[in-house]
Design a protein around this ligand. Structure first.
Ligand code: F6P
Length: 548
């Protein structure tokens, strides 16, 4: 059964939210904190190793009640059930959306086209485990009988960003293998990676659900040519494996059928790191850690499925996001991980979020009349404090931010960890409270600043505060907690897509540019007159051709 097709702005809750927004939009959060001493406790969800404090948001208890009404009126509960049980909720592509099945235990049962998919998922996991163990233990060898030292993941989008983000995030758990990622069709990318490699000891994992993606195939072919300068065709079987649904194309590339890991149409690329698309994760940190990542995600799935919406972390964070996007009309949200390990987390989330909910036609096929799909961006703290925080603190835009931190550091350097976490806590406090005129003046006075200087400088030193943040404090960065965190954001995206009444699991918007690039590529190598373009494009083509 398909997802409901309810225009959120036609619900009673939406009208009530609009009215409520008008009455509280100018309230400073500090007022609510002084009126309700229990505000932080009331607005904190403690679940397993997650502490999620959403009290520093421009909302009160009534806001959340109305948002929960919105979730009810848009039939979120039923939508969640439909997703988990394998209904064809990706209607525009005629597919189920079952990345959650990839992390379900062997005892579960999920039917697709009349067949339980759990056995084949676990068969694929067994293949990932056996392969990983052989490579990590040095039993599987290259064409000169040497153990592998380097792994190269060749893929783009969902076939790159998830694995790359996780491998970096879990580098503390890494084994002796060095992992590389080649994604961009820019030949300088692949050449820079190849410079570091020895063909005798490198294993290449080509990841492409479709096995038709220009970037991935170009990189794979360039790498194969490079490899064949040192080895023979028969050696490809030892050094190249693929993850794909397109068996014919993979075989055509020259990869042995036994070296193909399965992918399924019911897994979207940007939600696929839990499948064999995550093979490079398994190789980098070992299968047990990969399995723990999946187990953590499964725990979050259960929380999302079962927990009352009021204390359901993905639901609450999604509703808060809708509050800012559709009522405060904020255009972006920042995600700041206070951990260098989360360096690529925002980049990963950009695809997951923006490719999913960057839609302007609703599930009825009508143009939406409200905002959908936020812009997601961010960099780790504390680096980001010294880069773009000025704009968040004192700029004109409202930028809600998620602060993600881990209480215990992995290397256990208390001095650094306390400094890091004091910044983590201080920033959300500063964003909440700001600094008043009175505080600025008394600070100046304490420094014996002249009256004239006080008069002149005070306006620039005032911070309005009232800038919203969510704090996600997690005990420690482990494969399990990372799995929970990623699944949390996946579900947040789903909830928002359901409420915005859009199809979150297609991505037709990326097609047009690809089609035109194919056409332009041909034109770059012809002397024929080019006509079918606007004048800007024609000039660019001519100028480029003249230079190359
Ligand atoms: O960017 C479009 C897209 O289709 C993504 O959704 C996908 O993750 C990526 O391209 C790569 O696709 P494939 O795995 O088929 O090479």
């Amino acid at each position: 059964m398909a997802l409901p097709k309810i225009n959120p702005t036609h619900t009673k809750a939406w009208t009530k939210l609009q009215k409520h927004f008008d009455s509280i939009k100018d309230v400073h959060m500090t007022q609510w904190f002084s009126e309700n001493k229990n505000r932080a406790t009331d607005m904190t969800i403690k679940w397993r190793d997650f502490y999620v404090d959403y009290s520093k948001n421009r909302m009160d208890a009534k806001t959340m009640d109305l948002l929960l009404e919105l979730a009810e009126e848009t039939q979120l509960k039923a939508a969640i059930e439909k997703q988990f049980q394998g209904d064809v909720i990706n209607e525009t592509e005629g597919r189920e959306v079952l990345h959650t099945a990839l992390r379900s235990p062997i005892t579960s049962k999920i039917m697709v086209d009349g067949e339980d998919i759990i056995p084949e998922i676990h068969e694929a996991k067994a293949k990932i485990k056996a392969f990983t163990d052989d490579v990590v233990e040095g039993k599987r060898k290259g064409f000169t009988n040497k153990a592998f030292t380097d792994i190269v993941n060749i893929g783009i989008g969902g076939s790159d960003l998830g694995p790359a983000m996780v491998v970096e995030a879990l580098q503390y758990y890494k084994n002796q293998l060095t992992t590389h990622f080649v994604s961009n069709v820019d030949g300088d990318h692949v050449n820079e990676v190849l410079k570091k490699l020895n063909p005798e000891t490198t294993l290449f994992v080509i990841v492409s659900k479709t096995f038709t993606t220009q970037e991935t195939l170009s990189n794979a072919n360039t790498i194969k040519d490079w490899f064949l300068k040192s080895a023979s065709k028969g050696d490809i079987a030892k050094h190249f494996v693929a993850v794909s649904t397109n068996i014919e194309n993979v075989k055509g590339f020259g990869i042995d059928e036994s070296n193909i890991f399965p992918m399924w149409n019911w897994v979207g690329g940007r939600f696929s790191l839990w499948s064999a698309v995550g093979l490079s994760i398994s190789l980098a940190v070992g299968y047990d850690n990969f399995d723990k990542l999946l187990a953590g995600a499964h725990e979050m799935d259960e929380h999302f499925k079962i927990e009352d919406f009021k204390t359901n972390i993905p639901v609450v964070l999604a509703l808060i996001g809708i509050w800012y996007t559709n009522f405060f009309e904020s255009e972006s949200e920042a995600v700041i991980g206070y951990s260098q390990y989360l360096n690529q987390f925002a980049t990963y989330l950009q695809q997951a979020n923006m490719e999913s909910n960057g839609k302007s036609v609703d599930r009825n096929g009508d143009k939406v009349t409200y905002q959908t799909g936020n812009i997601v961006w961010g960099e780790p703290g504390t680096n980001s404090q010294h880069a773009f925080f000025q704009l968040i603190h004192q700029g004109t835009k409202l930028i809600p931010a998620d602060f993600i931190g881990f209480a215990k550091s992995l290397h256990g350097n208390k001095d650094h960890q306390d400094k890091l976490m004091s910044n983590f806590i201080a920033q959300t406090e500063a964003l909440l409270n700001g600094k008043s005129r009175e505080e600025v003046i008394s600070e100046f006075k304490a420094q014996d600043t002249s009256e004239a200087a006080i008069q002149q400088l005070t306006p620039f030193k005032i911070f309005k505060g009232n800038k919203p943040t969510n704090t996600l404090l997690i005990d420690q960065l482990t494969p399990e907690s990372l799995g929970k965190l990623v699944a949390l954001y996946e579900h947040k995206i789903f909830v928002q897509g359901v409420i915005w009444n859009v199809y979150s699991y297609d991505q037709f918007g990326v097609e047009l540019g690809k089609q035109l690039a194919t056409k332009i590529l041909k034109e770059l190598n012809t002397t024929d007159q080019l006509a079918d373009h606007d004048s800007s494009t024609l000039n660019l083509l001519a100028y480029y051709k003249q230079l190359t």
